[in-house]
Design a binder for this molecule. Structure first.
Ligand code: IPM
Ligand code: MN
Length: 354
């Protein structure tokens, strides 16, 4: 049995997550996976009603290993402009569970989905490894003379040898294990010299242990340019938290948009994992049956992979690829179907193939 905590969250989260849950339940029933999906109520409504974001007891249950994974829709709500609950839930899970790998595949479901002229599934196929626990996301810093014309806001970029080593190693190990030849490390060491020197040193030192891999470095601005110009140059990209946030959105754009971008937040040592579509809560789309469920399906495929069910992950991906091939998609991907109709197609396809 594998228990999975499911936080649908805000906005379009409660529209797409139940569809992912349906797919997981079909696969679990047909293939005897023993998945137990447990809904958790957290998000903006819950916070506004109770003042609670993600209770301590829940974090503790996750840290005790009582759940095999967390599936999260999206958090963010216009009624809560300071994003307090979103920070507690999303960034809280990432940091408290020490999920230092944010793995974001950039893959095309169908050639027609990329906005890049002449590129196909062969050319758009890479994985971004984003450091997920430090960098510019720790909240270290502060404001001096806030609210005055002399205000100074400081945001510290935290890069530890331990943190940089483990994300570099995760990317290199992944490339090695999956037969991906080329690994590109990206930083901004021409301008941010302190953090840059650490990343450069560890990249050099660790890289020597992987002579079979082709190692390359690009400044992050050049990386973003090259991702758009010639994505076929990349198999694996590894970078810091903020640069990975930006580069993975560029990746999402070249692979068909936020509606199809999946992610896994992992700690390879503890085995804990948080799985979320890369898109946000998109409050403007909520309640209109317009949200693309594909990102959630592909995220569920990453979750299945994580649970040790690669064959079922492939079945789910194949079902989504078929939907894409046949143009049974939401408007963001050029289709004319709603969230539920796309999901019905994918789930029926699974029921047929699983
Ligand atoms: C993402 C999001 C988050 C991030 C936000 C919501 C804090 O953009 O998962 O990419 O920056 O990590
Ligand atoms: Mn982002």
């Amino acid at each position: 049995m594998a228990r999975i905590a499911v936080i649908a969250g805000d906005g379009v989260g409660p529209e797409v997550i139940p569809q992912g849950v349906r797919a997981l339940e079909v696969l679990s029933a047909r293939r005897g996976l023993g998945l137990v999906l447990e809904p958790w109520p957290y998000g903006a409504d819950h916070f506004l009603a109770t003042g609670e974001t993600l209770p301590e007891a829940r974090f503790e249950a996750l840290l005790r290993g009582e759940y095999a994974a967390v599936l999260l829709g999206a958090v963010g709500d216009p009624r809560l402009p300071d994003h307090r609950h979103a920070r507690d839930i999303l960034l809280g899970l990432r940091t408290r569970l020490d999920l230092y790998v944010n793995l974001r595949p950039v893959r095309l479901l169908d050639d027609r989905l990329t906005p890049l002229k002449g590129k196909t599934r062969r050319e758009v196929d890479l994985v971004v490894f984003r450091e997920n626990t430090e960098g510019l996301y720790t909240g270290a810093g502060g404001r001096v003379r806030p609210g005055t014309p002399e205000e100074v806001a400081l945001e510290q970029d935290v890069n530890t040898a331990r943190g940089v080593t483990r994300i570099l190693r995760a990317a290199l190990d992944f490339a090695h294990a999956h037969g991906k030849r080329r690994v590109c490390m990206s930083d901004k060491s021409n301008a941010m010299t302190h953090a840059g020197a650490l990343w450069q040193r560890l990249w050099r030192e660790l890289g020597e242990g992987y002579p079979e891999l082709e190692r390359r470095h690009l400044y992050v601005d050049a990386l973003c340019l090259e991702l758009v110009r010639a994505p076929e140059q990349f198999d694996v990209v590894v970078t810091s938290n903020l640069f990975g946030d930006v580069a993975s959105d560029v990746g999402a754009a070249i692979a068909g948009g936020m509606g199809v971008a999946a992610s896994a937040n992992l700690n390879p040592e503890s085995g804990l994992g948080l799985f979320e579509p890369v898109h946000g809560s998109a409050p403007g789309l909520a309640g209109k049956d317009l949200a693309n469920p594909c990102a959630t399906f592909l995220t569920c495929a990453l979750l299945l992979e994580h649970l040790g069910h690669p064959a079922e992950a492939r079945l789910l991906e194949a079902a989504v690829e078929r939907a894409a091939r046949e143009g049974r998609l939401t408007p963001d991907c050029g289709g004319a179907l709603g969230t539920r109709a796309v999901a019905d197609f994918v789930v029926e396809e699974l029921a047929r193939t699983a």
